[in-house]
Design a protein around this ligand. Structure first.
Ligand code: ATP
Ligand code: MG
Length: 630
């Protein structure tokens, strides 16, 4: 079937399309209605059906693939490696579920998971799914303040954590941060379940804190049946990365998510039972939820859980994992590939990568240089995919297993089945034609797997995302807050976030367009462009670049600045030419690798850089200040 036919069916008759896809998972009780769209923008999928994510990810495979690897937990931080078969994974999940029940966790209760990338984190997520508790995984790199605000939002009965994480060989004690966060929070969890890795001392709070190993022993032979949940009950809460401001608590369902993941694992990721999937993200992000934990397991694949840096002990570590575990599909982010690109290329050639069939990249714009470099080095197709915490699975990409359409450099691809993607002209409210820039919107209802609401705040969900209507159908449209363009072949290009659009003397430009142009200069390694207030023009572009080879003399900088201005002049025109180009050694990014343009812009305009709880390295802000001053 051509992708066009596949896609069109999903749009013309979503109920028939998704009814068919729903056969990919096990249902305990069949659904009576595929889609209930009677209260837009709230969509309900597979109404009346009961199912369970843990059953579909684990139990379902135990009969036929019980001894096959399911979870491969590797840590180059503690030099440990352990493979769990589907049967062993089931045993561990049941033990964890039994502990949770013994601590009073029941259906609909929230469990906050603040953990490093260790097997127990996966057990905890799946255990929640098994008993119908709602997990809220908080990225282990966050400190007390960020954690406290998420504790207050989710109001967990139980928090699952560990003594410590480890990053680049440095122990990061979690327990102290967690205790501080609980002190800061209004809400107090009844219990804290702690995995002791023996990395850092822990002070246990009597009556509240519980040791995981000890309680695992108590429940070693436990039997905990799957709790069958109505498809639209909540499975988890996950906060967006906070790149543009206060994170939003995305709430997802059970049945729609399971079906969406199962379909994407086949249609987009070509996942085959028995294969091995290696996603280098973190369980604290949506990519980790969908494509480390649930997606691969639902597809009957082994999934690699990796704790460590991509360049330790050396930049060959990922490729040694690919060789050893015969990884078939890999998923990462452009930011990680840029890190590898700075390392000696021989390390990649050392390993047998013949099992690997494709590398998927998402999370931020994939620039052409990075994409070409990694594609050449690996000799496999690179598949860019664009989506959000809110969507749970790709919105734009190429569905390789439906039709192997060519990728276009710089474009994540075409709208995926189920997504009625449109571009909206913000000024006129009209839909854009080909080659016309606009805001990327999706006409409701959103397909299965997408967010149901913002946890505990339906109003904020509607007011944040659903403020526009389709001029064609009058239906509410979901805004992605990204800005894009579609070419004559229907391929989309993401031009940046709507926050990042700048207005230079009446011309609207995406900062990403200017960045892409600057990246084509041979000596530019990374770049951030922001719009800065200007009395004459309204706004002007200002660029911060990390050069590949830094010439820190005044003359060297001036030459690079002039060259970059010329590149932009030639490719975009003088409206996009940055008023200044500053050289820095580091750019401010979130812990998930996204550029914090709003903070850079604030500093340029002499304002407060805003909420910095999600920043990776605060010293990057000082570099911006120093560059502006010097
Ligand atoms: P917040 O919504 O809290 O500001 P965030 O948008 O960074 O945070 P995520 O949901 O993790 O949180 O990121 C989704 C965003 O990442 C997209 O809206 C888009 O801006 C960007 N993005 C993701 N994948 C791609 C891609 N392949 N190409 C371009 N941009 C991408
Ligand atoms: Mg966002």
């Amino acid at each position: 079937m051509s992708f066009a036919t596949f896609y069109q069916r999903s749009i013309d008759d979503p109920s028939a399309f998704w009814r068919e896809q729903a056969r990919r998972i096990d249902w305990h009780h069949p659904f009576s209605q595929v889609l209930d769209d009677s209260r837009p923008p709230f969509a309900k999928w597979f109404v009346g059906g009961t199912t369970n994510l843990c059953h579909n990810a684990v139990d379902r495979w135990v009969g036929t693939r019980g001894e096959q690897p399911a979870l491969i937990a590797i840590s180059t931080e503690t030099n440990t490696e352990k493979t769990y078969s589907f049967r062993e994974l089931q045993d561990e999940v049941i033990r964890t579920a039994a502990i949770m029940q013994s601590l009073g966790v029941g259906r609909g209760d929230r469990v906050l998971i603040y953990m490093p990338m260790i097997a127990e984190a996966t057990f905890a997520m799946l255990a929640c799914a098994r008993i119908g508790a709602i997990h809220s995984v908080v990225f282990g790199g966050f400190a007390s303040n960020s954690l406290a605000s998420r504790i207050d939002d989710a109001q967990p009965v139980l928090i699952v954590s560990a003594d410590a994480g480890s990053r680049g060989g440095k122990v990061v004690p979690y327990k102290g941060l967690l205790d501080d966060a609980i002190k800061l929070a209004q809400h107090k969890p009844a219990h804290v379940l702690l995995v002791d890795r023996g990395l850092a001392p822990m002070e246990m709070v009597a009556g509240r804190d519980v040791d995981y190993a000890e309680h695992r022993r108590l429940h070693i032979d436990a039997k905990v049946p799957v709790v069958w949940l109505e498809s639209n009950e909540a499975s988890y809460i996950l906060y967006t990365s906070g790149t543009t401001g206060k994170p939003k608590g995305v709430q997802r369902d059970v049945g729609g998510y399971a079906v969406a993941l199962a379909t994407s694992m086949d249609a987009i990721f070509c996942g085959k039972p028995g294969g091995t999937y290696f996603c280098t993200s973190d369980i604290g992000w949506v990519v980790g939820h969908s494509y480390i934990v649930y997606g691969p397991l639902i597809a009957g694949m082994a999934t690699v859980l990796y704790e460590g840096l991509p360049i330790r002990p050396d930049a060959g570590i990922w490729w040694s994992i690919v060789e050893k575990y015969k990884v078939t599909r890999m998923f990462s982010a452009p930011t990680a590939i840029r890190v590898l690109k700075k390392q000696p290329p021989e390390l990649m050639k050392k390993y047998d990568l013949s099992s690997l069939q494709a590398l998927y990249l998402a999370g931020e714009p994939l620039d052409e240089t990075t994409s070409s470099w990694i594609s050449e080095a690996l000799g496999v197709p690179i598949v860019d995919n664009y989506w959000q915490t809110e969507s749970g699975w790709p919105i734009l990409t190429i569905a390789k297993n439906i039709e192997d359409k060519p990728c276009k450099l710089g474009s994540p691809g075409v709208p995926m089945y189920g997504y009625k993607v449109r571009l909206l002209n913000e000024a006129t409210g009209a839909l854009c034609g080909a080659n016309e820039k606009g805001v990327v919107v999706i006409e409701g209802p959103l397909p299965p797997g997408c967010m149901q609401t913002i946890y505990g705040d339906d109003r904020r969900f509607v007011d944040t995302y659903w403020t526009t209507q389709s001029p064609e159908s009058g239906r509410p449209m979901y805004s992605t807050f990204d800005w894009g363009i579609r070419d004559d072949d229907g391929y989309y290009f993401i031009l940046g976030r709507t926050d990042d659009v700048i207005n230079v003397a009446g011309h609207r430009l995406g900062t990403r367009e200017i960045e892409e142009s600057i990246s084509s200069h041979p000596n530019v390694s990374e770049v951030a462009v922001v719009g800065v207030e200007d009395k004459l023009k309204g706004q002007v572009a200002v660029a911060f670049v990390i050069p590949k080879v830094a010439d820190n003399t005044t003359k060297g900088r001036a030459t690079l600045e002039a060259e970059i201005m010329r590149v932009v002049d030639k490719q975009i025109g003088s409206v996009g030419r940055p008023a200044r180009v500053y050289v820095v050694g580091l750019l401010p990014k979130t812990r998930s690798g996204k550029l914090l343009r709003r903070s850079i812009q604030a500093i340029c305009e002499g304002r407060d850089p805003g909420d910095l709880t999600t920043i990776e390295d605060p010293s990057s802000l000082q570099q911006i200040k120093d560059a502006l001053r010097g």
